[in-house]
Design a protein around this ligand. Structure first.
Ligand SMILES: [Zn+2]
Length: 121
């Protein structure tokens, strides 16, 4: 059986195409930024979901992106963490931090808040 015959079996094709899609997205080192026209549930205003991109509530669209306390600066630090750690490791570590230290006081969030902290010093 060659590879195309293998792919024709749908139960293999779907995970294979999905994996290929993720791998291609993983090559993109610059994130897509999406502005969501709805509220992200909870207190969250934005979310970085590698390899898909950065999702920000559209009411924050007019923020100055050079401002160190802006959401986009914060989320870009998470994107840098993803580039540094890789896809699996980023999600694994984020989940681990989230479970052990909560959403706000874990080192990955501390690091993402650094640009803002440095400014206010
Ligand atoms: Zn964050």
């Amino acid at each position: 059986m060659n590879y195309f015959q293998f792919l024709k079996k749908k139960r293999y094709a779907i995970p294979t195409v999905f994996t290929a899609f993720i791998l291609i997205l993983n090559l993109i080192k610059h994130p897509f930024v999406y502005y969501l026209p709805f509220d992200i549930p909870g207190k969250q205003m934005a979310s970085t979901i590698p390899p898909f991109g950065i999702f920000i509530e559209s009411k924050y669209q007019n923020e100055n992106s050079n401002e160190p306390c802006s959401l986009i600066k914060h989320e870009m630090v998470h994107w840098e963490q993803y580039k540094r750690m890789g896809l699996i490791s980023f999600h694994y570590n984020y989940l681990k931090c989230y479970i052990n230290s909560g959403r706000v006081n874990n080192w990955m969030e501390e690091e993402a808040r650094m640009p803002c902290k440095l400014k206010s010093r």
